[in-house]
Design a protein around this ligand. Structure first.
Ligand code: FES
Ligand SMILES: [Fe+2]
Length: 382
């Protein structure tokens, strides 16, 4: 080996964990599950069935029938049970076989796995725990969202998309200040992370990018944004997101959540509600939420494009202006080990405020260059 080869940084791609995170995972808005049919959800390396009983309570069971392996999500809801399409065995929401119409008796131990569910603020959550325990006091709960289901706010605008990579990629975004400029065309001027217990937060202040989103005359001018975003557990982020316009603010809540399908695939979802205000009443607020939704969707597509082509990397080579990637990953690891193996470094409070001086100066310059180019192009009629 030559010495140059020795000096080259080698990527350790590692392998995605085969285990899935412990915690609450949002499966989406709850209402669409209540249409009287069983729904199939591929998650955690298996298949689940979600169905509503006669009272409208949502239940989640393993989709594969314990009789001969039929897929309950292809069956029908009969009363309070889901009926298998193969031989009509009926399974109740608690996992017990409630009836086998053609049999003299139900085998007394006929029971399948029922998953713990939570319905809150218009969303359905499922509890996943490789240790097989119900959520306890030491586990993260999902905080209430004040504006959800409130008349003062718009309805949820919800998006779902599938991404073919391990879900750690999206969690890495919490600390990744620079990608907001290069991938999302925003302009962070303040960036801080705090990790503590099962919560990982990102506080970001941004200014508008005139070069990427030129201000159209007779529309309100966007000045910047304020985003206070936290993951509560491994997969559910609530972002209090304020867009500042000349003369007024638009308050919104953005949910950024996901659940793993397999080690190399996850379902990414985002939901938005917008607070009604003097400027945005009724329909105008719904429209604003939809417009934000389209905007946020673009942002996620930009991330997805990167993830599609990048490699997994266990040993990122960082500069000072990169956030605390390694500390964040230690925080994230707590959800992939048994509770007894959670170490203080995974949960102790950690704070990091970025010195953005150099980044802001460099980005300001880049914006000016882009604006200059745009002016030249306009003058040349390009
Ligand atoms: S496999 Fe489900 S009833 Fe037979
Ligand atoms: Fe991103």
């Amino acid at each position: 080996m030559t010495s140059t080869q020795d000096e080259v940084r080698v990527i350790e791609a590692g392998a995605a964990p085969t285990r899935f995170a412990r915690g609450w995972h949002c499966l989406g808005l709850s209402e669409p599950f209540r249409d009287g049919t069983p729904h199939s959800v591929e998650a955690f390396g298996t298949k689940l069935v979600v169905f509503a009983d006669s009272e409208g309570k949502l239940n989640i069971l393993d989709a594969y029938c314990r009789h001969m392996g039929g897929d309950l999500s292809q069956g029908t809801v009969k009363g309070d049970s889901v009926a298998c399409p193969f031989h009509d065995w009926r399974w109740g929401g608690k996992g017990k076989c409630t009836s086998i119409p053609y049999a003299r008796r139900v085998p007394p131990l006929a029971r399948t796995r029922a998953w713990t569910t939570l319905e809150q603020d218009g969303m359905l959550f499922v509890w996943h725990d490789p240790e097989g325990r119900a959520p306890g006091e030491e586990d993260m709960y999902i905080p209430r969202i004040e504006g959800a289901l409130s008349d003062e706010w718009s309805d949820w605008v919800w998006y779902t998309t599938e991404v073919d990579t391990n879900c750690r990629e999206i969690v890495d975004n919490i600390v990744d200040m620079a990608h907001f400029f290069y991938v999302h065309y925003s302009f962070p001027v303040f960036f801080k992370n705090v990790f503590e217990g099962q919560v990982a937060s990102q506080f970001m202040r941004g200014q508008a990018r005139e070069d990427m989103r030129p201000h159209a005359s007779n529309t309100p001018k966007m000045l910047g944004s304020r985003s206070d975003a936290s993951y509560f557990g491994p997969s559910f982020m609530i972002d209090d997101l304020v867009y500042q316009y000349e003369g007024y603010d638009v308050e919104s809540v953005l949910i950024n959540c996901h659940y793993p399908v397999s080690p190399d695939k996850f379902v990414l979802m985002y939901g938005i509600i917008v607070k009604k205000s003097e400027q945005f009443q009724g329909d105008a607020a719904e429209k604003m939420a939809n417009a934000f939704g389209t905007f946020i969707a673009k942002g996620f597509e930009q991330d997805v494009e990167i993830w599609k082509n990048k490699t997994r990397i266990e040993n990122p080579l960082l500069c000072e202006e990169d956030g605390p990637v390694y500390q964040l990953r230690r925080w994230y690891d707590q959800f992939y080990v048994d509770r007894a193996d959670v170490t203080p470094e995974m949960v102790d409070r950690f704070e990091h405020e970025m010195d953005t001086t150099k980044a802001v100066a460099a980005w300001q310059k880049e914006v000016e260059i882009n604006l200059e180019k745009a002016r030249e192009n306009a003058a040349a009629g390009v």
